[in-house]
Design a binder for this molecule. Sequence first.
Ligand code: C2E
Ligand code: CA
Ligand code: CA
Length: 930
Amino acid sequence: MNTRRAILALLFFCAVGAYLTGLLQPVDQWIREKRFQFGSRPVSGEVVTVDIDAVSIDQLGQWPWKRSVYGEVVDRLNELGASIIAFDVDFSSPSTPEEDLAFAEAMARSTAPVYLASFNQPTNAGAETLYGNQPIETFTAVARLAMVNVFADRDAVIRTFPFGAMVDEQPVQSIAAVLAKYSGLINGSFYIDFGIDIDSLDRIPLIDLLNGKVDRERVDGKRLIIGASAAELRDFFSVPRFGIISGHTLQAAATETLIQNRTLQLSSGLVVLGLTVVMAVLAIWRRKRGALVPTLLTLAAGMVVLEAAATTIQAMEAYALQTASSHLVLLFFGAFSVVQEIDLKRIMLLISESRADNAQAILDRVISDNSEGIVVVSEDSTVHTLNKSAETFFRNVVHATETLAPDLTGMPLNELAPEALVAAVQMDMSAAREGHIGQREPTLIDKTYDTHGRHVLEYIVTPSILAGGVDLSGKKQPDRVFACVNFRDVTERHIREERARFLARFDPVTGLPNKNGFIEFLEGVPDGHVALADYSAVCRIAISRLQSVQDTLGQDFADDILNLVATRLSEAIGPGEYLASTMDNGFHLYLIATTQDQLDKRMSGLLEMISKPYFHGGHGATVGASAGITVLDDLDCPPETLLKRAKSALNDAISEDGNTFAIYAPELDLRIQVRQQLELDLWKAFEEKQFVNFYQPQINLADGSLYGAEALIRWIHPERGFVSPADFIPIAEQSSLIVDMGEWAMNQACIDAATWPGSPKIAVNLSPVQFFQGDLVRTVEDALKNSGLHKDRLDLEITESLFMEDTGRILDLMSALRAMGLRFALDDFGTGYSSLAYIQNFPMDKIKIDQAFVRGMQEDSSSLSIVRAVADLARGLNMETVAEGVETDVERRLVSQVGCSVGQGYLFSKPLPAEDMTKFAENMAAAKSS
Ligand code: C2E
Ligand code: CA
Ligand code: CA
């Protein structure tokens, strides 16, 4: 049993308790009396009153009247055929004997029995003991007695009437019992039925009777009660339904009750209550929650039916059902249902309302605070709702120059949003109306606004259909279409993406397409092209010496120069040709040519054009250019392969000489493969210590003594035997291997040289790479420290190619090393640019004249004079000149003549293994000392 039922049970007990303790009696009484009105019944007509009313008193003069008047009344009534006459008048005190006698005689004469009032009366006001108030003996002798006492309830209302009482120890029937000819016991009382309409009693004013104005049929056979109805006689009582009535009217009512056999029987309330309880319990157990109104209606109907039944029963059967407790139970039940229902319903309502409120509030907030612009558009393309972001965008960007209405809702969308958006919304809405609602793709609007410049808007339209429902007349309403537009400003993102897209295909410096762009172009070269232009080619151009431009004039200047190169190139190419950037100071070029010769001329022309000086920003600069070319003889060849071929041709051109171009040939690939294999082998060989240093002695030309030796590295290949450094150094230079190798060679050279007698010098070759990778200064320091060789004995050989690179860094390093006491020799002088400027600009101590020069001196007088000039300049700068590759005595004499101080070559000795070199040095030392 749940709480609900427990409460209900408690209410039932309360109702039963209220009934049992009599608490409900006033209610029952009230109900009963109300029923009198509804179950009103006529008087029997048997009882007639003779009223001592105001008019009678007025006409008969002063009160009390002479007793003979009553005698006259008795006579008149007898004449008219009354059947019983009862006086509700106090005759307990005598008047004059004559008058008393007159009355007594009249009564004696009367054929109808005459009753006089007899009543009990307290001795004093409020006293317990009663005394009988009897008519005087003169009357009692001729009349009978009827008790007229009545007993009021606590509320001073008369509801019952006694059957009789003991008056002066004599049983006396009440006036009602007498008039009704009641034959039962005198004790007890009965409920007067005020349902009898005593207002319709026949009342005869006493004066009318005396004046003979009363018809016989009003009295004939009737029972008459004579009593006072005049207000001044104060014989009045309060009764239900009728309010204040006179004493004899009350007696009439009681009499009527008895005559009509209407003494009200009161039912036990318990029976009705019991039934009600059973019904209610059944009802509540079967009751459905939520059916409050039906429940209340049922209860009300129950009460009405119950009361109607009770009223009917009371009216018909004089049986008063005590229904108060039943009503109470039903009311309790109703109240309980209401409370319960109200509670549940209200709580549920509150919850659902607050939930809805919350949901709505959250939704509103979410929309208004959303950083995206949100606009809900009605079917007629007006703005239904819009949030702050949307409003801001419309006001500050789209309509920055005009002033919009303070409230934008309700405005046509086309007066607010960009046209493209309006069009999209209208299109999507009409599509939705036709049932096409699908996932929408975000769309961009890229627009430049008057004051706010470019804005890229990303928007998505979501149409929604609101079912139309039915209107009051039952007509189906059409569905409504809404569209929600979400948009955001993606300008920054878009510009970034654009830039990324640009960078993916273009070079930021020159603005030319990059490698990807070039590949795309190559993929698009039409098939027929190759047949028409047999020598169309993919070229790769590398610009050199841009680094030194950058070192001296800065990055921006170098970029500008590169741009100028690009401009020259793009101006030089013709229709159908294509220029792209390699992004590493180079270009890809698609050239159209019909003959090999034409292609060669084109390319040398372009390289020459690039090499011409640039004048920019008040400065002049020159750059070098090399190119690799691959002829496009096969369109099936993937662009990537073409690019690789051009690259390897370029490498070939650079390794040749630079400032030239090479045309790709399949052998190049082979060479590359060999080279790659060699590189792998080199690494392995280095790890396996397959390298040794040979040393080639250098001789003082003046006296033939040992000046020093140059360390020349050798690879003792397990199969190929000694491999020349000319074959593997360039490969080692393409990776960091050269750094390790150079470091090893220097270390070993110092260790070996340290053992030579006579302290000859040791010259070690340095690769330019060693200036940029690894720590050259530390390598030198470590080599000297490890070997214990004096720093004065170590010479470093560098080549001109070093000065193509970052001159600042090279100068720094050279200065640092010279400061340590080392000397620099410029190797291979005469092969490259052979610019005397290097000698002056870089801290050099020695110039090694290349063997090609030494060889050329014999045939070519200009070579001779150049060598002489160099030697003179060197001497002037306090530098030594070393002649390389001296193979013959003639050469020795010549180089000596032009002023070279040191000679190196097979004439003196081939490069020697370390122990042979030691012996050589020992011999030389011995020869010197001898
Ligand atoms: P290089 O520095 O010019 O060395 C001189 C080259 O001329 C050596 O060739 C030597 O064997 C050769 N030679 C010397 N006298 C004569 C001669 O009278 N007639 C002829 N025909 N040739 C002569 P090698 O040893 O093959 O070295 C080639 C190049 O390898 C060297 O040229 C040098 O640039 C480089 N190299 C050698 N060792 C090293 C090294 O340890 N480090 C670096 N970076 N380069 C090295
Ligand atoms: Ca050398
Ligand atoms: Ca050399």
